[in-house]
Design a protein around this ligand. Structure first.
Ligand SMILES: [Zn+2]
Length: 260
């Protein structure tokens, strides 16, 4: 289906069949998922009533699976301010997560960055800096969402254990810059926009999810995506794809549509 989107007095044509899914599939009962802190993996069992198990393989008329998963720690998910602040908007409170004007950028995180971070940095820390973002982002258009691909972009991001391989994170200045240019949605292929262990402060999350008057906002952060190399940097429309969960986060299936 050909679609026409009018945004900032320009008309864009996209084809609804060309969307690219940048989520990581959720495997159940198989040790095939990224891991951050929690090393368990998503589990599925089938609803049981007396002797009957609602599983077609066991002779039932339909499958009725029940799942257990750690939303933040085992795959692609989208979170809100409620992740760090009580009474802040939940996933179910966020509207208009479709066809968000976005820019996809690829970053080579810096070692020994001199930008500020709210916790001590270690020698091998890799940091995404404001200085880099300023060079990669056009601040005038398509800034509602920034989709960040970190290099190297290995396929093992889909199954990586981030407890032994710490991910790159953003400097505080980088997050402040994103807020300054009015980014509302960050999408990133790491498990967090903060350092692996920042002492529980989640400082970048706090900066991004609060306004200057300290009130909370309707921003979102989507973590643990995988952006295939075939998606080139540039402008996209993004549909985040979340269920209506009354929670701080939900598994998500972001789809991006290239703008020509
Ligand atoms: Zn999270």
């Amino acid at each position: 289906m050909k679609m026409t989107i009018r945004y900032n007095s320009t008309t864009y044509n996209i084809d609804s069949n060309t969307g690219i899914d940048i989520s990581i599939p959720v495997n159940f009962n198989e040790n095939l998922n990224p891991k951050f802190y929690d090393t368990s993996y998503p589990q599925r069992q089938y609803y049981k009533e007396g002797n009957r198990e609602y599983n077609i393989k066991k002779g039932a008329g339909c499958n009725v699976p029940m799942i257990t998963m750690n939303i933040h720690c085992s795959g692609t998910h989208t979170e809100t301010a409620n992740h760090i602040i009580n009474d802040a908007p939940m996933i179910s409170d966020i509207d208009n997560l479709n066809f968000i004007p976005s820019q996809l950028i690829s970053v080579n995180p810096e070692i020994n960055s001199n930008e500020k971070y709210h916790a001590d940095s270690d020698n091998e820390d890799r940091v995404i800096t404001k200085n880099q973002l300023e060079k990669l982002i056009n601040p005038n258009t398509f800034t509602e969402s920034i989709i960040i691909r970190t290099n190297p972009n290995d396929i093992d991001k889909k199954i990586k254990n981030y407890n032994s391989h710490h991910h790159p994170y953003l400097s505080n200045e980088a997050i402040e810059y994103l807020k300054e240019i009015k980014v509302k949605h960050i999408v990133i292929d790491t498990p967090s926009i903060d350092k692996y262990n920042d002492g529980g402060k989640l400082g970048n999350h706090k900066i991004f999810f609060t306004n200057n008057d300290n009130s909370t906002n309707h921003n979102t952060v989507t973590e643990l995506v995988f952006i295939p190399n075939e998606c080139i940097d540039g402008k996209y429309f993004l549909c985040i794809g979340v269920p209506n969960f009354k929670l701080d986060a939900a598994p998500s299936k972001p789809i991006i549509y290239k703008v020509n």
